[in-house]
Ligand binder design. Structure first.
Ligand SMILES: [Zn+2]
Ligand SMILES: [Zn+2]
Length: 279
């Protein structure tokens, strides 16, 4: 395993939600680490344990382990970690976490090159419209981490090992191997960065976590055509509640109306007017 700037470089930025958690379902708990959400699937009572989705910002392992302990008890250790994608703010603590927990990590096969040191993400685009965070996005690390054989590809058929009620849905665009997690029974969605509920380009909106539907973060999304199709895919699932990578969890009518609006008007709402990944 090898660290990179994506796990080493602390980003001095936070939000009003940092350190807070929300139960989206009795066994789905969203927890905010600085400006990104991780998710715990499972309850302290579940016989087959619990699972962590995403691994927060660099240097947040202590915060994540403390949150796990307060929800699951002193010996809290997940069965596995599932990554929606490999951006620095979703894998920041992963090396430290697997050193302590020694559990398998799963990601989409197309995301593995970025998690095994073979491929770095494209450069952030500071020219997209939207505000301050876009402008400082070049400070965000894009360097691949190397988890070696600790990371495995998710099964091709959409199953998630250990979570038979859930399936993964390929939602590329923001990254090649980006996935979302969906449970058909109660239509709960863990969307990653396929869409988010805060204007992530704007520092003030990120700090206050003002609720608003958005496509994936603009400065780090290289394939807008795929990103649009991914939002349409998720809209068709008609989720009842959603945890997104950034912003507060959403549900019910707000979610259905706004996700439908985003799918319909994706070009206007999500895609930046100018930028190096926009034709
Ligand atoms: Zn991302
Ligand atoms: Zn993100």
């Amino acid at each position: 395993m090898q660290e990179s700037s994506s796990t080493e470089r602390y980003i001095p930025m936070t939000t009003v939600e940092s350190g807070k958690g929300t139960e989206v379902a009795s066994d789905v708990y969203s927890f905010t680490v600085q400006f990104v959400n991780i998710c715990f699937i499972g309850t302290p009572q579940s016989a087959n344990g619990w699972y962590l989705v995403d691994a927060g910002t660099p240097k947040s392992a202590g915060v994540i382990m403390d949150a796990a302990k307060s929800r699951f008890g002193e010996d809290a250790k997940p069965k596995a970690i599932i990554l929606t994608h490999g951006h620095f703010d979703h894998v920041g603590a992963i090396i430290e976490l697997i050193k302590v927990w020694d559990v398998p990590v799963y990601a989409h096969s197309l995301e593995l090159p970025y998690l095994t040191g073979k491929k770095d993400y494209p450069d952030p685009d500071p020219t997209v419209d939207g505000g301050m965070l876009a402008k400082i996005s070049p400070m965000f690390p894009i360097e691949a981490i190397d988890l070696g054989n600790h990371v495995q590809a998710l099964p091709e058929d959409g199953q998630i090992p250990g979570l038979p009620e859930w399936r993964w849905v390929h939602t590329p665009g923001h990254t090649e191997g980006h996935i979302s997690l969906f449970r058909d029974e109660d239509r709960v969605l863990v969307a990653g960065d396929a869409f988010i509920t805060v204007k992530q380009e704007s520092l003030i909106n990120v700090m206050t976590q003002e609720l608003d539907i958005h496509g994936p973060p603009r400065y780090l999304t290289p394939d807008w055509k795929a990103a649009k199709e991914s939002v349409m895919t998720l809209e068709q699932l008609k989720p009842s509640a959603a945890v997104t990578g950034h912003g507060v969890p959403v549900e019910g009518q707000w979610l259905s109306e706004n996700l439908t609006l985003l799918a319909k008007d994706f070009d206007e709402i999500a895609i930046p007017k100018t930028g190096k990944y926009v034709n």
